[in-house]
Every structure is written in structure tokens, then in C-alpha cells.
Design a protein around this ligand. Structure first.
Ligand SMILES: [Zn+2]
Length: 386
């Protein structure tokens, strides 16, 4: 075997990624400050920046004002927001959201349509691409300006082949989403699981800017998680990592959607909780809302049991991973008081946990569902994709 040594192309790519990542996290900076922060020589930073400027990915912004007074000119560079756009298509169980974002993730225009679970998937996806075409045309965005489309969808995804494997609520068969959409729109398409795309959004625009190791727990219709290690999503060898909802919580327990028995999700999903509450409360159930649910003693007891079961399983997962933070997201944690009750239950298992260990997301509520933006940004920052 021939010894290859360090591949110079890879080193250059990694330096380029470090600079782009720094600018994304930090905003405009001078070449000198970039060099000091990423630990490269001023000459290498200048060289890489020149290439990125030529490519259009970054722009010069002029002089930093505080340096002017000192008589020294300091030119700042930053990611060029208008370099290209990303078409984000978020297929959620009820609504499909379509948005066009600039390189900084700003929504340039958007629209939405109901997710049609009844019609043939190919026909529904054709409707989606028709809406995309209309949106682009109405806003004067030419295809050449689009970097690509990122489709985010619940359930398992074969990312390499752009296939949705099982989105549970939307369709159960394998759908070659990327090839269908790419054929209609004539652009590159990446398909990604919606929670992984969300995790990538946190990496580039939220908690990930300051924390390298964290865990995201989503509690809603399903129970999902994402493990971020050294700033990257841990994928596992079969793309099945962090399936916390399918950890065994009860031996020979209730049947789960995944065909196993006793999964955590079979006990704590919102659907299960609603069914149990309906059975327990009868007519009283209809009066429950997100705001008053914890005022109902019987409902509170049921939910506290679920919270406790979830806390125990999170505690055990976390003790292996040792993340800096755990972020709690999803419908259940949006119910007023639920976050605090969960933390209290968790402390029952680990009284030593730090008060700031559990965090909420600081990203403002993403009503446009542009999680797909981070999926494409990841490609641009980490590969030579352009
Ligand atoms: Zn399961």
C-alpha cells in the first residue's frame, strides 16, 4: 500500500470550512482576526478569502469603524447573503411549507399548501413543485440563483439516494422524493429527516454557535432526539442513532408503530396521552386546553407519570453521552409548566444536575419551517458544493 501522507486538498477544504463557519457564527470579521481565531497564517487566510470573494461566497464590507480612528484601515469580510438562494420544502403531517432563503437564512418569500396524504405521493409532489415554480416566478427568482432544494420530512430518510423510507403519518412506502422533485425543477435536491434538519439549524444558528456537545429531545406526536457531538450530528451506522422513542421502557409492553413492544413512544406520545385522558375523564376531557390541563388533578397525575418515564429514559441516555446541554423542544414542552415539571422529575433521578443543563431554543419560532436551509448551508460550508 502506498503511503499518501496528508491530502493537501483536504487541508485546504478544511481551512476554507473553518473560515466560512467562523463568519457564519460570528458575522463580519477582518482577515487578521480570522487568522488569529482559526490559527492560520495571515497569508493563507488572505489567499482563501480571495478565492471565496472570486466565487461570490463572501464579500468585503469596508472598514471597521473603531479602527478608522486609530488611523489603521481594517477591511471586514462576511458571507454574501445574496450569493445564492435555497429552496426549503418542509413536508409536515398537515401542511407543506415552501420558502426561499438567502445565504444568511433570511426568508425571501414563502407559501404553503395542505399536505395531501390521500392522493398518490407522486401527484402530491408534483403539486408541491408547481407551487415552487409559481413562488419563484412571482418573486423574479431565476433557477440559476438557486443552490438547490432541501426537503425535510418526518421519519427515516435514505439521504444518499434522496428517498423517504417511512414518514409514518404521511406515507408508509418508500418515495424517491429527490428524483421526483429534481426532475420537475431541474435543481439538486437533498432529502433529510426534519428533526436532523432542525438540529443542523441549532448547530449553525442557535445553541451550536457556543456549545459543541448537546442533545435535543423532541416530545410531541413522537419522541425523537438528536445527538450533536463535536458540532456534528451523530448518525450511527444505519442512520438509526438517537431513536430514544424506541428504547424499551417496559418489557413485553404495549405494541409500538415500529413493530416492537414496550417502546417509550408507545407510552408517552401525545396520541397515547390523549387516548388515556379521554378514557379516564370522559366528557370532562373536552374542556381541557394546553393552558388549563395541569389544573385538572387527574390529567396532571397522568402527565406526571409520562414525564417521569421520559425523565428516567433521558437520564440513562444522557449519562452515557455526557453532553453540555439538553435542549427540550416540541409540542409537549410548549405546554406552560411542562418544561419545569420535566426538570423537576429529572432531578428525582439526578439531583446533581446543573440548573442550566436543560435549555429552551433561543431561535424564534420558525413558522416558515426553513430547517432545510441549514441542510444546504452544511453542504456549502463543509464541501466544495457551489
Ligand atoms: Zn418502537
Amino acid at each position: 500500500m502506498k503511503y499518501q501522507g496528508i491530502n493537501l486538498e483536504n487541508v485546504k477544504l478544511s481551512n476554507r470550512s473553518s473560515i466560512l463557519l467562523l463568519l457564519n457564527n460570528n458575522g463580519a470579521m477582518s482577515r487578521k482576526d480570522i487568522a488569529e481565531t482559526v490559527g492560520l497564517t495571515a497569508a493563507s487566510v488572505t489567499l482563501i478569502c480571495s478565492e471565496l470573494i472570486e466565487q461570490g461566497l463572501i464579500v468585503e464590507l469596508g472598514e471597521a469603524s473603531e479602527e478608522k480612528r486609530a488611523g489603521r484601515k481594517k477591511i471586514l469580510v462576511d458571507i454574501n447573503p445574496s450569493y445564492r438562494s435555497v429552496l426549503c420544502i418542509a413536508i409536515e403531517s398537515d401542511i407543506t411549507y415552501i420558502s426561499v432563503t438567502d445565504m444568511k437564512g433570511k426568508v425571501l418569500c414563502n407559501t404553503q399548501l395542505p399536505t395531501d396524504r390521500e392522493s398518490i405521493p407522486e401527484n402530491f409532489l408534483k403539486n408541491v413543485t408547481d407551487e415552487c415554480q409559481k413562488l419563484l416566478w412571482k418573486n423574479g427568482i431565476v433557477k440559476e440563483k438557486i443552490l438547490g432544494a432541501a426537503v425535510t420530512i418526518p421519519g427515516s430518510v435514505d439521504r444518499a439516494n434522496g428517498i423517504s423510507l417511512n414518514s409514518y403519518n404521511i406515507w408508509t412506502e418508500n418515495i424517491p422524493v429527490a428524483s421526483i422533485i429534481s426532475k420537475e425543477l431541474g435543481i439538486q435536491v437533498i432529502v433529510e429527516n426534519n428533526l436532523k434538519a432542525y438540529a443542523m439549524t441549532e448547530i449553525y444558528f442557535g445553541l451550536g454557535r457556543t456549545v459543541n456537545n448537546f442533545f435535543i429531545l423532541k416530545w410531541g406526536p413522537g419522541v425523537g432526539a438528536s445527538i450533536i457531538i463535536d458540532g456534528k450530528i451523530y448518525q450511527g451506522s444505519n442512520n438509526m442513532a438517537s431513536e430514544i422513542g424506541h428504547m424499551t421502557a417496559v418489557k413485553d409492553g404495549k405494541k409500538c408503530n415500529c413493530k416492537r413492544k414496550g417502546c417509550l413512544e408507545a407510552y408517552v406520545s401525545t396520541r397515547t396521552i390523549k387516548d388515556e385522558l379521554k378514557k379516564l375523564l370522559g366528557d370532562e376531557y373536552d374542556n381541557l386546553t394546553d393552558k388549563n390541563i395541569f389544573e385538572n388533578k387527574k390529567a396532571l397525575e397522568v402527565i406526571d407519570q409520562k414525564i417521569d418515564m421520559l425523565a428516567l429514559n433521558v437520564r440513562n441516555s444522557i449519562s452515557i453521552l455526557d453532553p453540555k446541554n439538553v435542549m427540550l423542544i416540541g409540542y409537549m414542552f410548549d405546554i406552560p409548566g411542562c418544561f419545569e415539571r420535566f426538570v423537576k422529575a429529572y432531578k428525582g433521578y439526578d439531583p446533581l444536575v446543573a440548573d442550566d443543563f436543560f435549555v429552551k431554543s433561543t431561535l424564534s419560532e420558525n413558522s416558515s419551517h426553513t430547517e432545510g436551509h441549514a441542510v444546504f448551508l452544511n453542504e456549502v460550508l463543509l464541501t466544495q458544493f457551489n
